[in-house]
Design a protein around this ligand. Structure first.
Ligand code: SF4
Length: 365
């Protein structure tokens, strides 16, 4: 607790005396933890980089989530957490095209659709190609929905392509071709849920929004509640905590949202967190508790091989390869299990991703 209190005192001192030597020193270092980090390095044993991963697997159960009252975080700790992560982000943020100042609300909205359930590195190329082809909602709305599904390629969950196309049409019909700003209007767009509306409001319009994606939720679970993973669904307790942490200033809140997300993506990763490089390591409840093993519901990656999802992907790959309708016998060759193929094809038709004309099949025109 000494490290935590020291860190909080230091943060408070900086806020009261922003021109103090300590504050200037800390800013000039570009990182936040010069004082507590030096102290920590004398007290903690040399770090084994595999320690956290092993701890997840082997340590004894010690659920410390009860240490934190619901929706409460000492204000000093909250400020320390936010300040440190913001300073870390200033030196470590990835240069992603949809984060650049010139990115339009539409560019940000397209990125948010693509990033739902798809990692950043798989999104970069398709996002670039998409924005070159359809740089505005108007250009996408004028295209055939099948072209959107075709351009979606192998990003997965192709219903997102159809929803994005429908959203572009609604933007043209009801919002004068501009991505709407207010949350209620955003939530009316197909494919936009609570998270995406908050992300667009924050990243495109600089509003103070509570942006809780899986990365942020994992950081908060470890840092504040001392558990390895968050629950499967977002809880009210998490929303209250995120609301407490979000700075009042909208621009700073927007930066905090992206910074905490980036920390989860790059440092506080699901399986192998880089605690030695983490700006809030000395404040982390999970680390202080010795990385107690996860004792919640089993966490398994989503299976893909042999599933209906893979079958749907194989059928769509055949249909994307042709501008003309495809005969049923050609589709039959794309997947051996005919029962599964018929089921997958029926679900693609029900989703509006495939259109049937007799015994020929195509993407929607
Ligand atoms: S120290 Fe940082 S990276 Fe490690 S578990 Fe805690 S928040 Fe995550």
């Amino acid at each position: 607790m000494g490290g935590l209190q020291s860190a909080i005192r230091s943060e408070r001192s900086e806020q009261l005396n922003p021109g103090s030597r300590a504050a200037v020193l800390r800013r000039s270092e570009g990182t936040c933890f010069s004082v507590p980090e030096r102290r920590r390095s004398r007290r903690t044993p040399k770090r084994d980089p595999q320690r956290a991963e092993r701890a997840i697997k082997h340590s004894t159960v010690a659920d410390v989530s009860g240490d934190v009252e619901e929706g409460q975080l000492p204000i000093g700790k909250a400020r320390a957490v936010v300040g440190r992560i913001l300073r870390w982000y200033a030196g470590h943020a990835r240069d992603l095209p949809w984060r650049r100042p010139a990115a339009t609300p539409w560019a940000i909205m397209v990125s948010e659709f693509m990033l739902q359930q798809t990692p950043v590195e798989r999104v970069r190329g398709p996002w670039q190609a998409w924005m070159e082809r359809w740089p505005t909602p108007a250009s996408l709305a004028a295209a055939a929905p099948g072209d959107a599904v075709r351009a979606w390629g192998r990003l997965g969950y192709p219903r997102r392509a159809l929803r994005l196309h429908q959203a572009a049409q609604m933007i043209m019909n009801e919002f004068d071709g501009q991505v709407p700003q207010d949350r209620e209007s955003l939530l009316r767009l197909p494919g936009v849920g609570t998270y995406t509306a908050a992300a667009i409001g924050s990243f495109a319009y600089g509003r103070r929004e509570i942006v809780l994606d899986t990365n942020v939720r994992r950081v908060l679970a470890r840092l504040v509640y001392g558990v390895a993973y968050p629950s499967s669904a977002t809880t009210e307790r998490e929303r209250m905590l995120a609301g407490e942490l979000a700075p009042r200033n909208p621009q700073r809140a927007s930066r905090w949202a992206i910074a905490s997300m980036e920390l989860g993506a790059l440092v506080c990763r699901p399986r192998n967190p880089s605690c030695h490089a983490c700006p809030v390591a000395t404040l982390c409840a999970w680390r202080q508790a010795g990385y107690p093993v996860w004792n919640g519901a089993p966490r398994r990656g989503q299976a893909y091989a042999g599933t209906d999802r893979e079958c749907r992907g194989a059928l769509l790959a055949v249909l994307r390869s042709s501008e003309e309708p495809i005969a049923g016998r050609v589709l039959a060759e794309a997947w051996q299990d005919l029962g599964q193929r018929d089921r997958a094809l029926a679900s693609l038709v029900a989703d509006g991703l495939v259109v049937a004309e007799g015994n020929r099949w195509s993407l929607p025109g």
